[in-house]
Design a protein around this ligand. Structure first.
Ligand code: AHR
Length: 506
């Protein structure tokens, strides 16, 4: 049996639990929009064509913010194709995902859907094929009350109230050679600075996100952030981070330790941003928007994309509809632990994506919707994490991994809701074979009773949920949990994610 011990002190907080940590991402890609969140004619669809079964799952998932409309799709998108009478909207080629875009869903539909679900929209402007003028136009259309050409168009399209979008991304993954109109760091930084400066002339309180590296493996990783931030520091609020992990060649041990890389990634960007700030003698702290994160079997996608015929143009094809297993869900739960642990700097995050495309929610056209394994740690954390994140000291054994060197066998974070007198401990056991006893000294929190103890673990780490068996993998009660005189002890099964909520006296 493995062992780990943890202590926490309510006086030592990392930062608040940001509601934006539980964001998601809707891209015009595959079936995320069409037959995902939007399917007129579906038995559960409302008058606007939004699927009711999906909406219900989105509510249960606890999504707070949604980034839109892409992703790689963004860099070839003309936002005005998606407004006005639907019969007049053009069908266009989407080069990013080699499919046809009908534009039956656009900015107004997205805003209506968000409002209905009490979700904060996070928009992105196309800096690939387009630039400054279009960014100002979409901002005017979305946010100006009325009385101007574009805001009056929105009113005429049935939206008298401004959409009032606060957070705007300045392009997407502009360092990636796959990105339409990709740029070098200095060119992108200058373009982003111009767009940001002009957008702020319209509304100085916008929150603007500059593109960071597409992933930490990019050849320009680090220097890209440095150069972009030198060009934009005063004009933006966030720098973006994107990361996807997968199990490579049966190396489950490395995969389960993916968060070692994620932690290092976040710490590196924080240090880079602060170094630029120091050089510029600027006290402002740039925040981190981790606006694409998930498990994604990218190597499978690259093989499928390479095999796709160039004359194959389809509407809403099935693209990267990864089926997630138990190990994937444990890694997703661990990624949420990392995001919370960095809540001093990571103030927004979006799991990519929401429906069908590498998603917690799956659907069949005209059929049901169901929860993938990764749905469960997200929904549970979004529901239970509140108040502040506490500094925790975790002592745990380590194991050797191929990709990340020696890695801790367990990981944990603790949130404390002072107002309601509750706290939740989230923990993973990365061992593929052995259970781990986690002993937490929580006396400083004066805990009195465990109110909820849930675990995600199965004997088969590759078990998945399917349309036929949608609830095969779900959360179960974490039975081996005791709380005595401020000491909480729980047994974490091999390859598991656990959350334990308890009442506190402080
Ligand atoms: O989420 C899928 C894709 O991953 C996005 O379109 C892109 O931004 C990233 O490379």
């Amino acid at each position: 049996m493995l062992h780990a011990s943890l202590t926490a002190d309510p006086a030592r907080t990392v930062g608040p639990v940001h509601r934006r940590t539980f964001g998601s991402f809707v891209e015009h890609m595959g079936r995320c929009v069409y037959t995902g969140i939007y399917e007129p004619g579906h038995p559960t669809a409302d008058a606007d064509g939004f699927r009711g079964d999906v909406a219900e799952l989105v509510r249960e998932l606890g999504v707070t913010t949604v980034r839109y409309p892409g992703g790689n799709f963004l860099s070839g998108y003309r936002w005005e194709d998606g407004i006005g009478p639907k019969e007049n909207r053009p069908v266009r080629r989407d080069l990013a995902w080699h499919s046809l875009e009908t534009n039956q869903f656009g900015i107004d539909e997205f805003m209506t859907w968000c409002r209905r679900l009490d979700i904060e929209p996070m928009m992105a402007v196309n800096l690939g094929t387009r630039g400054l003028q279009e960014a100002l136009d979409v901002l005017e259309y979305a946010n100006h009350p009325n009385g101007t050409h574009l805001s009056d168009q929105r009113v005429a399209n049935g939206h008298p109230q401004p959409h009032n979008v606060r957070m705007w991304c300045l392009g997407n993954e502009m360092d990636g050679p796959w990105q339409i109109g990709n740029l070098g760091a200095r060119s992108y930084g200058r373009k982003a600075a111009q767009v940001a400066g002009a957008m702020r002339m319209a509304d100085r309180d916008l929150e603007l996100v500059a593109c960071g590296s597409s992933n930490s493996g990019m050849p320009t990783f680090g220097s890209w952030e440095n150069d972009v931030l030198e060009e934009t520091y005063d004009l933006i609020d966030h720098i973006s981070l994107h990361a996807y992990y997968q199990e490579h060649d049966g190396d489950l041990g490395s995969f389960l330790a993916s968060v070692v890389d994620m932690d290092h990634f976040i710490d590196s960007i924080t240090a880079t941003a602060d170094a630029v700030g120091a050089r510029l003698r600027n006290n402002k702290k740039i925040q981190l928007s981790f606006d694409e994160w998930n498990v994604w079997y990218q190597t499978d996608h690259h093989a499928a994309a390479a095999a796709q015929a160039t004359d194959d143009w389809r509407i809403a094809p099935r693209v990267i509809e990864d089926r997630y297993n138990v190990a994937d869900a444990v890694v997703v739960g661990n990624m949420l632990i990392s995001l919370l642990r960095h809540s001093d700097r990571v103030t927004a995050a979006c799991q990519a994506q929401l429906a069908n495309v590498i998603a917690p929610i799956m659907t069949e056209p005209e059929g049901p919707a169901w929860r993938q394994t990764i749905f469960h740690p997200f929904a549970h954390t979004a529901r239970t994490a509140a108040g502040s994140v506490l500094h925790t000291e975790l002592e745990t054994s380590t194991y050797e991994t191929e990709r990340h060197g020696r890695a801790p066998v367990s990981d944990a974070v603790l949130t404390h809701d002072l107002e309601h007198g509750t706290a939740t401990l989230y923990a993973v056991n990365r061992s593929t074979e052995q259970p781990l006893t986690l002993a937490a000294d929580l006396r400083a929190l004066v805990p009195s009773s465990v109110t909820e103890a849930r675990v995600l673990a199965e004997t088969d780490p590759y078990a998945v949920n399917t349309m036929a068996e949608p609830d095969k993998v779900t959360l179960r009660e974490a039975k081996d949990t005791t709380l005595e005189e401020g000491h909480l002890t729980t047994v974490l099964p091999p390859i598991s994610w656990t959350a334990i909520t308890f009442t506190t006296g402080v």
